[in-house]
Design a protein around this ligand. Sequence first.
Ligand code: PEP
Ligand code: MG
Length: 758
Amino acid sequence: MTSGAVAAARNILTRLHEVMASRSHAQAKLNTVAEVIGECLNSEVCSVYLLREGMLELFATRGLAQEAVHVTRMAVGEGLVGTIADQIETLNLAEAAAHPDFSYRPETGEDKFHSFAGVPIVRRERAVGVLCVQHVDPRRYEEVEIEALQTVAMVLSELIVNAGLIDEEGAGALDAAQTGPEQLRGLTLVKGLASGVAVFHQPRVRIEHIVAEDTEAERQRVILAFDKMREQIDRMASQAEFGVGGEQEEVLETYRMFAYDEGWTRRINEAIDSGLTAEAAIERVQQRTRMRMRQIDDPLLADRMHDLEDLANRLLRIVSGQLGTAASLGLRADAILIARNLGPAELLEYDRRRLKGVILEEGSLTSHVVIVARAMGIPVLGRVRGLRGVVREGDQLLLDADQATAMVRPSAGVVEAFEARFAKSRERQAAYAALRDVKPVSRDGQRVMVKINAGLRDDLANLSLTGADGIGLFRTEFQFLVSATLPQRERQTRLYRDVMDAAGDKPVVFRTVDIGGDKTLPYLRHDDGEGEENPAMGWRALRVALERDGLLKAQARALLEAGAGRTLHVMFPMVAEPWEFDAAKAVFDGQLAYLKQQKKLLPEAIRYGVMLEVPALAEQLDLLAPKISFLSIGTNDLTQFLFAADRSNPKLAERYDWLSPAILRFLRRVVRSLDGFNVDISVCGEMGGRQLEALALLGLGIRTMSITPASVGPVKELVGKVDLGEIGAAMEGWLTSPPADLRAAITKWAAGRGIHTD
Ligand code: PEP
Ligand code: MG
């Protein structure tokens, strides 16, 4: 803002403050407002239009015919005033009648006024009115005047709501007219359909007070907030929120640039000088930037704009103390969560009954937040560019993750078509549910084991719902993720016992904690407190467990106690070398000896196994095999390490294919190297939950898969249609001399046999 604008706005604000504090009637106040603004800006006309019953009505004017007050009404989008409200933009015209949207209203007597400038009065991102000035002389208004008008419009929005001059519902009604339906496109991360209202994970801050009581105090608040925000950004690299975002470097760099940008701080301070509160000043500067950016059509700049929006919102949250996420506020209706990205623990904070879907700007297929959502049966659409610019809090959303789209503010026809699709999809689900008691047996009569992955108490119901053959991967760290503090041993024992009770005679494979990577715990940090450059390859899983062996000892005891009198299956994650297995097993042996000595009831049998996630282990399987009972291939981590491609990096989300010769040949080698050993082999990564990928795994000789519950029906159905001998031979051929597009070849093979994969 220029100093002239600051002074002009300050002058008006001081006088408006007096008007607002006066005890006069709302209409009288508004009349005075029009007078004051007109006078201060030296304007011949100053008019205030407000939204009433969906129309913009002239509520007060200085300079136009008073008979027109409450008579002149315009639809949103009609005339200059309607256009300003519709587009939420400023108009500055030397010759109003020359504008294509100009609509002449004789009752106002405005024909003698040539120039026109108008700004929207915005409330919660919706235009609730328009403030405009007019002059006889044909001239464009100076920047100073426009900026003063915009600042005053902000103050007016507070006045008119406080005075009850518009109702908030009126604003809502305008909304539908303002922005029609829009379609979002992204990448399917978890299939499914859902409808609900948009809820921002980081809610936008509601600005309660616009005019400052004490400008110096507001300045101090902003200084403190900036300090805090800069501190946060400097720390952010180690936080889950950014730990999972692959574009992290770039985003952080931009954040840093903005956070330390003197121009930004200066503009906010000037807005405070003009009489606004800290919150209003931040928002005012943001509004101005938004308007400028709207005129620039550059996708790169648009991305940066989102970063600045993020940051401004962060600053607003700090300054206003409104720090919680939408989870802490609670979901009040069926909701679709909107976020740039999320951590798994953040997702788990939401009420599962109300949370129907998630739409992310980033996200990738095997990031843990997506795995958790999949396990919860919540559809997720990711990689939606500009998401938070299009969707607004409270918008109705139809999420069709099957088609990788979402409809924002859908029309009635679209809702109807969606409902029909939804019903069909439920029918399909019901058909899969009917397979519950069907054992997966291939066409050539071989039994395949289809188990589920789980991690939370709530997941147990899925075992009977799907009729799965057991739990092939119980991610014990989920209990740690949903807990604010380290779960005590007794709590762990209780959970493990309940899981085994629920599973009855079906086996449950407990994987010891896999913390780290994108599963960070606030209460468990590395000793040096530093964030890691590459957390997925860093201090995680068994590496943490062996170093903090108190953690593993407690878990071992909890598992051994819970497994008393039954067969216990224990699996260690991220084993890279056989000695790590030995060391982990030694911890269990130590606890077992203790329990024996205490004459406690012990498990009837303990079967130990490892996950194959680190390629190095494949080179030493012959050394490890005699010591283990089973091996489960974790294709999520394995793929990221084989391809050196971060599983959480959205930029790489579509780059490497599970159906590539590199992975399939690698898996074939692993399967072969266990030939002759008494080791059960299975796959527990997300790969096994997709029909075509599951088909490939069957072709490689994998006969046990542990998958996300929603995939059990589709995979059982697939197994029933496949001749395992035939797919085995075909796979051998493909891997000996791979076709250019292996995915296409497998798809064609399947279609030729009437197997239509999703
Ligand atoms: C895997 O890496 O494939 C796996 C199943 O473990 P997680 O996804 O929990 O890392
Ligand atoms: Mg893993």
